[in-house]
Design a protein around this ligand. Sequence first.
Ligand SMILES: [Zn+2]
Length: 144
Amino acid sequence: MTNGNANVAIKPEPRPEVPDLSMPFWDAARDHKLIIPRCRPCNRFFWYPREACPNCLESDSWEWQEVSGNARLHTFTIVYQPQHPAFQEDVPYVFAIVQLDEGVRLMSNVVDLDIPEDVEIDMRLRVKFDDVSEDWTLVKFAPA
Ligand SMILES: [Zn+2]
C-alpha cells in the first residue's frame, strides 16, 4: 500500500492480530490497565496467553490479573529501518524486551527518551498506554 512515493508512510499502521485468547489484554489496555495471565495452581505469571500454564502445564486454570506496570529493560535494539512503511516516520525507535517486576517478559517499545543515548539495559521502566486510535491502545514503556 503506497501512494506512489516510497518515502511517505501510509497510515494506518498495522494492528495486532487478536485471537480470542488475548482479547481481554487489549480490552484492559484500552482502559489503561496492564493484565497478565496468572496460573492458579502454581501462582506464577506467564506470557503470552495460552491454554495451559507453561510452568506446571495445568490446563484452563489461570486468570487475568492486573500487574504493577513497573519493569526493567531486559534487552533492546534500535530500529532505524522499519520493516513496515507505516513506521517510517517513527524511526529511530526502541524495540525492547521488557521484564515486568512480576517476572514475565514482553515485547514492546520504550518511548519518551533520547535515542540512543538514554537507552540502557536494566533501566527502570513504567508502563505507558498509547491510545493510537479509538479502538486501539498499545502497551509501551517509558523511563520510570
Ligand atoms: Zn502453573
